[in-house]
Design a protein around this ligand. Structure first.
Ligand code: TZP
Ligand code: MG
Length: 210
């Protein structure tokens, strides 16, 4: 398997309670880890802070138990409080430079980019890795700007050394081509969370990443 030492997590699970429904999200997380997921991001859009914190603490226990990193989406203070490995933010969230200024190297910082111009942003100085969002349009997140596609991902690959996390309709049909185009990590929601067998789904996806 091709591993980028700057981001040695080829299979990346983005999880929420809603995206796992009707399955129990924490069970899905555990099954996915056993199946081969290398890192988990908790991305809860609807929760109040107390509920989010409670979930984050429970998931942190699980990821610590299995020795994999936990990333928190958007909620920087909660990420710091539970000593998560990282934070992931988008273009409309608290920006990487501000996060770095406040938290130093306590949190690794992932940043979603939606167009090529954002590569030139000053924010890039504070970014550890990039979410390429979305590779393909997806029902899971409808407020996206454009599709990068495989061609866009290859272009990005040639323009930055930062680790690239591909997200958006990653599944057994799309993940291999995306990986071979130079992604360092394949980030998945529904292909794992909506699977009847998240463990097997994770193992099958992992198998494609060589
Ligand atoms: N950011 C860009 S696409 C996406 C996010 C969070 C959702 C990906 O979901 P799925 O079900 O893996 O297509
Ligand atoms: Mg966000």
């Amino acid at each position: 398997m091709r591993i980028n030492p700057l981001f040695p997590y080829p299979l990346y699970l983005v999880i929420s309670e809603r995206d796992c429904y009707p399955q129990n999200w924490l069970n899905v997380a555990e099954e996915a880890i056993i199946g081969g997921v290398d890192l988990i991001q908790l991305r809860e859009k609807a929760d109040d802070p107390a509920t989010f914190l409670d979930k984050a603490i429970r998931l942190k226990k699980l990821t610590d138990h299995y020795g994999i990193p936990l990333v928190i989406n958007d909620a920087v203070a909660i990420a710091a409080q539970i000593e998560a490995w990282g934070i992931h933010v988008g273009q409309n969230d608290l920006q990487p430079l501000a996060i770095r200024e406040k938290y130093g190297d306590k949190l690794t910082i992932g940043w979603s980019i939606e167009d090529m111009q954002q590569l030139e942003s000053q924010q890039m100085y504070a970014v550890d890795h990039l979410g390429v969002s979305p590779i393909f349009s997806t029902k899971t997140k409808v407020d996206t700007v454009t599709e990068w596609g495989i061609a866009g991902l290859k272009q990005l690959r040639s323009r930055t050394e930062k680790p690239l996390i591909a997200i958006g309709r990653m599944n057994l049909q799309t993940a291999e081509e995306t990986w071979n185009a130079g992604a360092d990590s394949i980030a998945v929601v529904s292909a794992i969370c909506q699977s009847q067998d998240p463990r097997a789904a994770s193992a099958q996806l992992k198998e494609l990443l060589k």
